[in-house]
Design a protein around this ligand. Structure first.
Ligand code: F6R
Length: 258
């Protein structure tokens, strides 16, 4: 586990983009797991800049998104399909056939979820999974009490998540109640995981995820079981970490480690 604490979200986006760029430099046909929401926006902006100004190449990259709202079509401005195209895909040279996002409008969710899991395996597994974290400690839409072995499936969103995400919709009533989401088990199979978090409202969830017990009540705590997790967070979301001094000490000492 490694933690990089940043002073602001722009710096956070740049730090996270360096990790993605390193992955693509080592493996140009890497498989990336992607998240939506406010948190990864500065990362996506920086990836677009690196593509435009420094030639970061996505032509062989494959991506799998974590989740999608059930009932929203690809054209719906609140859908994660729309979000990804607007904020990343339309600005980089990724091949359309290499983009996978769960369908919010399939007529057979069970079959779709199985197929999605199978496609991840057929593409060689996820090399780098990017995650945000909900204020209730969720990763993807694995709400408190989700099985830590769960796979891609439909989940009922928690009231807290509906309230948190109402800011993207006209009202809380307009937020879909169901989402299709990768499971915690699916996420844990990624080779490397990078969780991003910013803002005071994430501080409790971040502390519980990193320093609390592993529990299905904070699904991000399952990341403690993974051997290669990097947290790229800002100072506000790091505020409740008991060992913050130590993590910062490690950050300064790490470059000289033998
Ligand atoms: C989005 C996702 C969610 C978000 C989380 C935080 O694809 O999987 O887990 O990462 O809800 O959302 P923001 O970043 O909007 O605070």
């Amino acid at each position: 586990m490694e933690i990089i604490v940043n002073d602001n979200v722009e710096e956070m986006g740049r730090a996270a983009a360096r990790v993605v760029a390193r992955t693509l430099n080592c493996k140009p046909n890497a498989v990336l797991g992607l998240a939506t929401g406010s948190t990864p926006l500065t990362l996506y902006q920086e990836l677009v800049r690196l593509h435009n100004e420094e030639g970061l190449d996505f032509s062989q990259v494959t991506t799998f998104n974590l989740d999608e709202y059930v009932g929203l079509t690809r054209k719906d401005a609140q859908s994660y399909h729309y979000f990804m195209h607007e904020n990343l895909f339309k600005h980089i040279n990724i091949a359309t056939q290499n983009i996978y996002i769960p369908s919010g409008t399939t007529d057979n969710y069970e079959a779709f979820c199985k197929w999605y899991e199978q496609r991840i395996v057929e593409c060689g597994g996820i090399d780098l999974q990017i995650l945000g974290i909900g204020s209730d400690g969720h990763i993807a839409f694995n709400e408190p009490s989700s099985s830590l072995g769960s796979r891609t499936r439909i989940k009922t969103l928690a009231r807290q998540t509906i309230e948190d995400n109402a800011r993207f919709f006209d009202s809380a009533e307009a937020v879909p109640v169901y989402a299709i989401t990768m499971g915690v088990g699916t996420i844990l199979e990624a080779r490397q995981i990078m969780l991003l978090a910013n803002g005071r409202n994430k501080a409790k969830a971040v502390a519980e995820a990193i320093e609390g017990p592993v529990t299905s009540m904070i699904t991000a705590s399952a990341l403690q079981l993974h051997s290669d997790v990097l947290y790229v967070i800002d100072r506000e979301s790091a505020r409740e970490l008991k060992m913050l001094d130590y993590y910062e000490w490690v950050q300064t000492k790490m470059p000289d480690a033998p």
